[in-house]
Design a protein around this ligand. Structure first.
Ligand code: GRF
Length: 219
């Protein structure tokens, strides 16, 4: 029997793309059920575009024109994703708010990773917000994207300690390490059809030995 065809994924990224890299690296597993077909960025200098090219994936630059409504931008985005047969979309450090145009084109099929334990600290600078509030545990969340800002149903979370003396850079680096484990895990579940949305919660039909939370105690 021939192996199942991997699910085609589009990644949207505005920055360096270390989460994109984690998703690309996961494809080294011969049984990996997802393949990144295209990376789209709003920024010409995004490291993510360079990583896509290096891995032989389509790299699409789609700058946001300030004179256009966000919906018009997302129409072009949906076109680019469809042109590459995309079935699931991963936001990985994508700094533009997405509109219903994207969400209706990929209903319950848009994932995002956020560097905080949602619903605490949505929006920008989740790590700085965590430090400001003096929390002792921080982390990252993968969630399905809905119309709000980091409000969608939670798929999985990874926690790390906040250590005395942490600044934003130190905490961000610790969180990023857990992000790189979390996002491939969530994408695999998505591609394997294990996610079921029930109201504002996601039920995961978990593979044996896996949990929807991670704890990384290393400093
Ligand atoms: C990550 O911290 C992610 O959680 C946030 O943006 C950052 C992107 O980092 N949404 P990278 O570009 O994947 O390295």
């Amino acid at each position: 029997m021939s192996p199942p065809v991997p699910v085609s994924v589009g990644v949207l990224a505005s920055g360096g793309g270390s989460n994109l890299q984690a998703l690309l690296d996961a494809e080294a597993d011969p049984d990996w059920p997802a393949r990144i077909a295209v990376v789209v960025s709003n920024r010409a200098d995004a490291g993510a575009l360079e990583r896509a090219r290096r891995h032989g994936r389509a790299a699409v630059l789609l700058p946001r024109r300030k004179d256009q409504p966000r919906e018009v931008h997302d129409q072009a985005l949906v076109q680019a994703l469809r042109a590459h047969g995309v079935q699931w979309v991963c936001l990985a450090g994508y700094m533009l708010l997405v509109t219903p145009v994207l969400l209706q084109a990929f209903p319950d099929r848009v994932l995002n990773i956020h560097p905080a334990l949602l619903p605490a600290f949505p929006g920008l600078h989740g790590q700085a917000q965590a430090l400001h509030h003096g929390v002792r545990v921080a982390g990252a969340t993968v969630h399905l994207v809905d119309g709000g800002c980091d409000t969608g149903p939670i798929v999985c979370q990874g926690a790390v300690p906040v250590l005395p003396g942490d600044d934003e850079a130190a905490l961000s680096a610790r969180i990023l390490r857990v992000e790189h484990r979390l996002y491939p895990m969530a994408l695999r579940w998505a591609a394997e059809g294990r996610l079921r949305v029930e109201g504002r919660r996601v039920q995961v039909d978990l593979p044996a030995g896996e949990a929807t939370s991670l704890w990384d105690p290393a400093p």
